[in-house]
Design a protein around this ligand. Structure first.
Ligand code: ADP
Length: 893
């Protein structure tokens, strides 16, 4: 700075803090003085010239300093008068200086405005901070207060007894009780974290909840302090509490509703059981036409009442979110076939075909809830049959795409029925919605079926919709997203079998869809199908040179029935030269049945199950007797002749007891009956029973308690206990099994249910009895119950049991060898490893004695105990032989 004097004066005048802009101007002034000094130097130089000249120069310098003083004075005056923009030009003649002052004036004005703005902002901010109800404060990195509002000041004072001021260190005045905690929060914020905490303070005799927001103050890229903002959240907290309480009340109410529904369902089902059951029994007695008609009406009404109860129960279960889907592997084809089984009689009444086709790309086994998928299919197919008078119902399954191993499948249920008007389509899937009330009167229904389907499909990550043309028919579509099950597809689903490859098969059916499906299936098995859509065409083909190995003929066809066609065929070829299978959907009269037996090798009832078709076709071509769908089915053989069982019934309801006893009588059993659990347990004191049908809800002692007590009684063999419940809530079955029961049927109990149970468990009991006799009460080599459980995995054939037994034969010899080797070499690690492996295989198949020896060997291996190893190994070999022999009896050929 050349002109320190001027700088000092300006400093003095404007105060110490000169802004950079003013400084820049001072530099500019500097520059002008630099010029002045140059002038002076020039003058000094001229000193050498003459005294007058020097004096003159000094005089000029003096004048200049006076002028400067004068200018500063003027500036000061003008500034104090706020007149910087006035007659500056007149006051300052020097052009350079004028420029400097002009800029300086601008800057001073700007600075003044900025200061005013800042003051205004500050005032606003202070107003804001002060006018809020919340506490606000900030501290610097030494915990000294930078800002605080009076709310904070007040509450701090209330809690810590000190009126905090700006500049004071907050930690010095904090109550010792929370000093550490708060220091922690400040330190966390000062290290850059932003967070929120909640705290409760007891103020003015009440609990108040506060939320504290901690934010670091960042200057440049350094944390220079912490700002804290609190909010009183007491109201919100109380509100949240109220909401939670309301939620709990709602949950309790829903639970009460579900329990009420379950109870109502139980209460309604119990008398319904009586109605449906007794009408079923009555129907089998001698009745006049009129009586039969009345009985049919009662039966039908009972059935629809049951459907309505089931629908409502289901709907409310789904609505209350109680419905949980199962995740288990199952065979897709079986689901459709089972659904068809349930509805075949309805289609038969209307003389309609129900058909299905699964695209070859669709996985055979999927993972999901089989019951619920079946329910959707049954619902849609049932509707399709209900709203169709002529034609067919066709179910098809295709695959839309695969993503992350999840397969999206599309199901379509197509009918040729009355169709649905466009304006009604959207509403169909709402609860209680029907196209028009007159159809309800005609067809019945609750309007809940499709609503349930939609919810179920949504639960399975899919969607449902309909395409339909009035008068032409409807197609209901739905999609599902499912993982694929690893289980190997069954033989009948895929694969060419030597027995079938290149065998020529004639397919005769007037229904083109059925022909298409049959053709596809036969081709998949490697056969060569030829189709005829009329008996005439079929006869022409048979008369030609073409030699067929097998014919598949539909019973009901226009022009000529399957039976007439059969008679015609036999004029050319006998049963040996052209074996034939009859496809029937109608029940044949005794006369027709005999006639069919002479002309055909087997009958299959429609809808055709693929495994049955496979079984019958392979059996005929291999010259065997088929195990399913055979023509000559022994009828009216009482179950009791095949399975003589001692049955006990425990049921408290008089009507239901009588009803069940009559059902047992129908199939040849004289069951004993008791009215409660206590009597059931008592009955075991006097007699040994094989099978107990146990009502779950009974007075005195319920079914679960009774089951436990029966298991405790010292009987030679434990009975098989079947639970009977009127509840239909999820988890019922599991509960019964967990309580020690063997199986479960839900009310109303139908004759068909009892027959199924006896067929399933009768075999187990009889086999067990035989074994017990043979082995003189020795433990069973194979527990038939375990085999029965495996069989349950496969309702259509025994392939799972067979496969497991085959695997046992294949895998176990190496285990035995390795165990023997380990014993010989005293390799305990190998011994425990292989004994453990064999034990697992044994237990899966119910080979308990062998499993137990393996366990003993495994323990010896684990504990490195070599005592009695040889004996145990010998025992293992002995039992292994017995197990192999015994297992072979369970293989179904
Ligand atoms: P419900 O059949 O018990 O009345 P749904 O929810 O299953 O209840 O069906 C609702 C309505 O949708 C039926 O009443 C009928 O009007 C219509 N509907 C359903 N399926 C079909 C179909 N395949 N063809 C024609 N109308 C149908």
């Amino acid at each position: 700075m050349y002109n320190e004097l001027l700088k000092n004066q300006i400093n003095k005048f404007l105060g110490k803090n000169i802004s950079p802009e003013v400084r820049a101007l001072l530099d500019a002034i500097d520059l002008s003085y630099k010029n002045f000094i140059t002038d002076r130097l020039l003058l000094e130089e001229s000193m050498q010239k003459s005294a007058e000249e020097i004096l003159e120069a000094n005089r000029k310098l003096k004048e200049e300093s006076v002028r400067q003083k004068d200018i500063i004075d003027k500036m000061k005056r003008l500034y104090s008068l706020n007149l910087f923009d006035g007659d500056l030009q007149n006051e300052i003649e020097d052009e350079d200086l004028f420029y400097v002052f002009e800029k300086l004036a601008e800057l001073i004005n700007w600075q003044r405005e900025a200061t005013l703005k800042l003051q205004k902002n500050e005032a606003n901010l202070t107003g804001l901070i002060e006018n809020t109800n919340e506490s606000i404060w900030s501290i610097d990195s030494n915990y000294n207060i930078l800002t605080l509002n009076s709310v904070f000041q007040k509450s701090f004072h209330q809690l810590n007894g000190h009126l905090l001021q700006v500049g004071e260190c907050i930690l010095s005045y904090l109550d010792a009780a929370w000093l550490d905690e708060w220091k922690n929060y400040y330190d966390k914020t000062l290290s850059g974290s932003r967070f929120t905490i909640e705290k409760v303070f007891h103020l003015n005799k009440e609990n108040r909840f506060y939320e504290f927001n901690f934010s670091p103050i960042v200057t440049g890229n350094k944390v220079t302090g912490a700002a804290i903002f609190t909010r009183d959240i007491t109201a919100r907290k109380y509100f949240e509490k109220e909401i939670l309480e309301a939620k709990d009340t709602a949950i309790a109410a829903t639970r009460a509703k579900s329990e009420f529904l379950a109870m109502m369902s139980h209460e309604i089902r119990t008398p319904l059981n009586g109605i449906i059951g007794v009408t079923g029994l009555l129907n089998e007695t001698e009745l006049s036409g009129e009586q039969k008609e009345y009985i049919d009406i009662i039966h039908l009404s009972g059935d629809s009442l049951l459907t309505i109860i089931n629908d409502i129960l289901d709907f409310s279960k789904i609505e209350s979110g109680k419905l949980e889907l199962e995740e288990a592997p199952f065979d897709l084809r079986s689901v459709i076939e089972e659904a068809f089984d349930l509805l075949a009689h309805k289609a038969l009444e209307k003389n309609m075909d129900i058909l299905y086709f699964i695209d070859p790309g669709v996985p055979a086994g999927i993972v999901g809830d089989i019951t619920r998928l079946r329910q959707i299919i049954v619902n849609l197919v049932n509707n399709a049959i209900k709203f169709t008078d002529y034609g067919e119902v066709f179910v098809s399954v295709s695959q839309l795409n695969v993503e992350d191993e999840i397969h999206e499948l599309q199901f379509a249920v197509k009918d040729t029925g009355i169709g649905i008007p466009d304006d009604k389509k959207a509403r169909l899937f709402n609860a209680f919605s029907q196209v028009d009330s007159s159809t309800t009167r005609k067809f019945g229904g609750t309007g809940l079926g499709l609503a349930i389907c939609r919810r179920l499909v949504q639960l399975m990550n899919g969607k449902i919709w309909v395409e339909s043309k009035l008068g032409e028919g409807s197609t209901f579509f739905f999609t599902l997203k499912v993982p694929v099950s690893d289980a190997a597809p069954r033989v009948y689903v895929k694969g060419k079998l030597t027995e079938l490859v290149n065998k020529k098969i004639l397919l005769v059916d007037d229904n083109p869809t059925n022909i298409r499906i049959l053709e596809h299936q036969c081709k998949q098995w490697g056969m060569i199908p030829q189709s005829a859509q009329s008996p005439k065409d079929a006869l022409q083909l048979i008369r030609s040179e073409y030699k067929f190995d097998l014919a598949l003929i539909d019973m009901v066809m226009p022009e000529m029935t399957g039976l007439e066609l059969g008679t015609e065929i036999r004029k050319y070829l006998d049963i040996k030269n052209l074996p034939a299978i009859m496809l029937t959907s109608a029940t044949l009269s005794g006369e027709a049945e005999r006639h069919v037996a002479q002309l055909f090798n087997a009958t299959l009832s429609k809808p055709i199950k693929q495994n049955q078709l496979f079984d019958v076709v392979t059996s005929i071509l291999a010259n065997r007797t088929p195990s399913t769908g055979t023509l000559i089915e022994k009828k009216n053989i009482k179950l009791s002749e095949n399975y003589p069982l001692r049955i006990l019934l425990a049921e408290d309801n008089n009507i239901n007891r009588k009803l069940a006893l009559s059902m047992f009588e129908k199939i040849g059993y004289a069951a004993d009956a008791v009215g409660n659990g206590l009597e059931a347990v008592d009955a075991f004191e006097h007699k040994q029973y094989d099978l107990v049908f146990m009502d779950v809800q009974m007075p005195e002692m319920d079914g679960f308690e009774a089951t436990k007590n029966i298991h405790k009684t010292k009987t030679k063999t434990q009975p098989v206990i079947i639970a009977m419940t009127a509840n239909a809530m999820p988890g019922d079955r599991e509960k019964c099994i967990n309580e020690g029961m063997d199986d479960y049927i839900s009310k109303p109990i139908l004759l068909k249910d009892i027959k199924e149970i006896i067929l399933k468990w009768g075999r187990v009991i009889v086999e067990k009895r035989k074994n017990a006799k043979m082995q003189n009460e020795e433990p069973l080599i194979i527990d038939p119950k375990a085999i029965a459980n495996i069989r349950e995995l496969d309702d259509d054939d025994d392939s799972v049991v067979n496969t497991m037994i085959d695997m046992f034969y294949e895998d176990t010899p190496s285990h035995i060898a390795k165990i023997k080797k380990a014993v010989l070499e005293k390799n305990f690690e190998d011994l425990s490893f292989f004994a453990h492996g064999l034990k697992g295989i044994c237990l899966n198949l119910g080979a308990k004695p062998l499993g137990e020896v393996c366990l003993a060997l495994e323990i010896k291996g684990r504990t490195k105990d070599d005592s009695g190893l040889t004996g145990a190994t010998q025992k293992m070999e002995e039992l292994y032989k017995k197990t192999c022999d015994e297992l072979c009896k369970y293989k179904v050929l």
